[in-house]
Write a protein that binds this ligand. Structure first.
Ligand SMILES: Nc1ncnc2c1ncn2[C@@H]1O[C@H](COP(=O)(O)OP(=O)(O)OP(=O)(O)O)[C@@H](O)[C@H]1O
Ligand SMILES: [Mg+2]
Length: 586
């Protein structure tokens, strides 16, 4: 009976269960990769330690997956193909904090309703069962001999659902999607041995791995894995660990993102954004870093039951979790080790902060002071309270001897090798963090000018100034309009004695002209970054020994010392290992 011919009082009909299964199948089984995901999860839930997959024609012809898990009895094997047949939960209450991947008892029924499906299974080595089904109905059940575990073969996917069949992509594209899923699962469950073949060719063979780095090396190669930085932070009951890309590497190769929550690979834009925001000010807006993160939260903090394929999760309170993720990644990037490196090395943990006494570096080192030694030191005069972190000059013992090369780089020797610092990038990083603090706290370390200076601007520059007037004021500029596009500058910040306020202001305005809100950077960050870039010492500036030491300490005290605000490295290390190798000593 068609809808049109039905009496008006009878519009609603309960769908035959085969149709209901097919509709459910649309949600759970979109394409071959979703079949692989469901079958892989079932194998994991069954306690498998070895999972082997064989895929034909991008999964369009057939998908076979074998495990050494618990296996099923004859009755269960038949039941498993029925809708809402699950061994994993028994009541709604079990849904809270569910630990298994499956719990709806829907996947096998859904897959079976749109394919030819065979289940071969045995509880023990020896006597087992083979169930053959097609289009949701069991065709026959026979006894077979096999090892403990289960093999499921899905062939002719969507043979009876032409509308879906039409939406399948080419074999290559479906195969890529399968590899993505398998890669994700293999990263979540590193203890399991995984192998996969495509059209008979072995593609991946992953032995059990003891760490994420080891598994990544097996999947993507050792060089890729070796370049990533460790993340590991615990706050309250939230644990964030994993590996992330160095800012200097971001955007140079294919970007990969993997996030797991309580051992389940998920897509969660919020967590990805939180991790990315840790990179702010280290990479240009629009460049996205590679991330592999495992997030573990208390089981009752998260609901995995919100997405048909369980690819998304819902947090009871996501904000604190995102903060932990951001902080964990930021801490990983904040390490000196995050800098570019030749060869691998471990940077020593930074020395504990020096007591904030005003120590006379020159007196301690016995060096004579030159007039511009004060580049990074606290100006004692009220008029210029230009404190930067380096104001707390360190005892000399805390700073290695530094040499300036080409008036551009500072070089020093270190337990693990030779280190070069780019003086401009480093100073830019120092000033950026200082300006961000100034903007956030609203202090105004301004110096009044005896003779106000006038600046004549073009219309676009004047407009850029007006748009950012509040921020310039927070940074310590006191500026009045003076008719037309002329500005009268009465006070300026004095971040260091070589600072040239007029030039900095002009260059900053020129470079933010026509600037639009972009990417992840806030207006504050963009202005602070631009002013820092213009205010920082340049390549070519000769530095005194005192200035070099102060820069070293100021840089060490920043939160992200290894990168300037454009994502370039401030520090490059050449390890002894590498040097020895080049001289043929090892
Ligand atoms: N590889 C396997 N080894 C052992 N038992 C299995 C295997 N695959 C499925 N089963 C059994 O079949 C049942 C049904 O599987 P199915 O995937 O349809 O549902 P589920 O995993 O319980 O829930 P979901 O629909 O959320 O995946 C499972 O609960 C499990 O008992
Ligand atoms: Mg399942």
């Amino acid at each position: 009976m068609t809808v049109a011919s039905r009496p008006i009082s009878q519009r609603i009909a309960v769908l035959p269960s085969a149709v209901a299964d097919q509709i459910a199948a649309g949600e759970v089984v979109e394409r071959p990769s979703s079949v692989v995901k469901e079958l892989f999860e079932n194998a994991l839930d069954a306690g498998a330690t070895v999972i082997d997959m064989a895929i034909e024609d991008g999964g369009r012809q057939s998908i076979r997956i074998s495990d050494d898990g618990s296996g099923m009895s004859r009755e269960d094997a038949v039941l498993s193909l029925e809708r809402h047949a699950t061994s994993k939960i028994h009541s709604a209450q079990d849904l809270v904090g569910v630990r298994s991947f499956g719990f709806r008892g829907e996947a096998l029924a859904a897959i079976c309703s749109v394919s030819h499906l065979e289940v071969e299974t045995a509880l023990e080595d020896g006597a087992g069962t083979l169930v053959r089904a097609a289009g949701g109905s069991v065709v026959d059940v026979t006894s077979i001999a096999r090892r403990r575990g289960t093999t499921i073969r899905v062939s002719r996917l969507f043979y009876n659902a032409p509308a879906r069949l039409k939406f399948l992509r080419g074999a290559r594209s479906e195969w890529r999607a399968i590899l993505d899923v398998v890669g994700g699962m293999a990263l979540t469950r590193r203890d399991v041995r995984v192998s996969i073949t495509h059209d008979g060719k072995p593609i991946l063979t992953l032995p059990p791995a003891s760490s994420l780095r080891e598994r990544l090396a097996a999947v993507y190669g050792g060089e890729f894995a070796g370049r990533l930085l460790d993340v590991d932070d615990l706050l309250g009951t939230t644990h964030v660990s994993g590996l992330v890309e160095r800012p200097a590497d971001a955007g140079t190769a294919t970007r990969r993102v993997f996030i797991s929550v309580n051992g389940r690979s998920v897509r969660d834009l919020g967590l990805v954004r939180a991790a990315e925001s840790a990179y702010r000010s280290t990479i240009p807006a629009g460049v996205r870093p590679t991330l592999f993160l495992d997030v573990v939260v208390a089981a009752d903090m998260v609901d995995v039951n919100v997405h048909p394929a369980k690819a998304e999760v819902r947090f009871r309170d996501r904000w604190p979790i995102e903060r932990v993720v951001e902080n964990a990644v930021r801490r990983a990037l904040g390490n000196f080790e995050a800098g570019a490196t030749f060869g691998r090395t471990a940077w020593p943990t930074p020395a504990p902060p020096v007591a904030p006494a005003v120590v006379d570096v020159e007196a301690l080192s016995g060096e004579t002071s030159t007039p511009d030694d004060g580049l990074f030191e606290r100006d004692q005069h009220e008029s210029a309270p230009a404190a930067i972190a380096a104001a707390t000059a360190p005892p000399v013992a805390d700073v290695p001897p530094l040499v300036q090369l080409r008036r551009t780089y500072l070089m020093f020797e270190h337990e693990h090798g030779v280190v070069l610092i780019d003086q401009h990038s480093a100073h830019e990083r120092v000033l950026f963090e200082q300006f961000m603090r100034t903007i956030d706290c609203g202090e105004q370390p301004a110096q009044r000018l005896l003779f106000p200076m006038t600046l004549h601007l073009g219309p676009a520059e004047a407009e850029a100034f007006e748009r950012n007037r509040d921020l310039f004021e927070r940074l310590g500029f006191e500026i009045e309009g003076f008719g037309g596009h002329t500005l009268l500058v009465r006070a300026v910040p004095m971040p260091h004695p070589r600072f040239d306020p007029e030039r900095c202001l002009r260059e900053t305005l020129a470079s933010i002209t026509g600037d639009r809100e972009s990417g992840s950077h806030t207006r504050h960050e963009r202005l602070a970054a631009t002013v820092a870039c213009k205010a920082a010492i340049k390549a070519g500036d000769a530095l005194s020994p005192g200035e070099m030491r102060a820069l070293y300490v100021a840089l060490r005290d920043t939160t992200l010392p290894a990168h300037d605000v454009h994502g370039r490295a401030t520090i490059v290390q050449l390890t002894w290992d590498e040097i020895d190798r080049r001289f043929g000593r090892r």
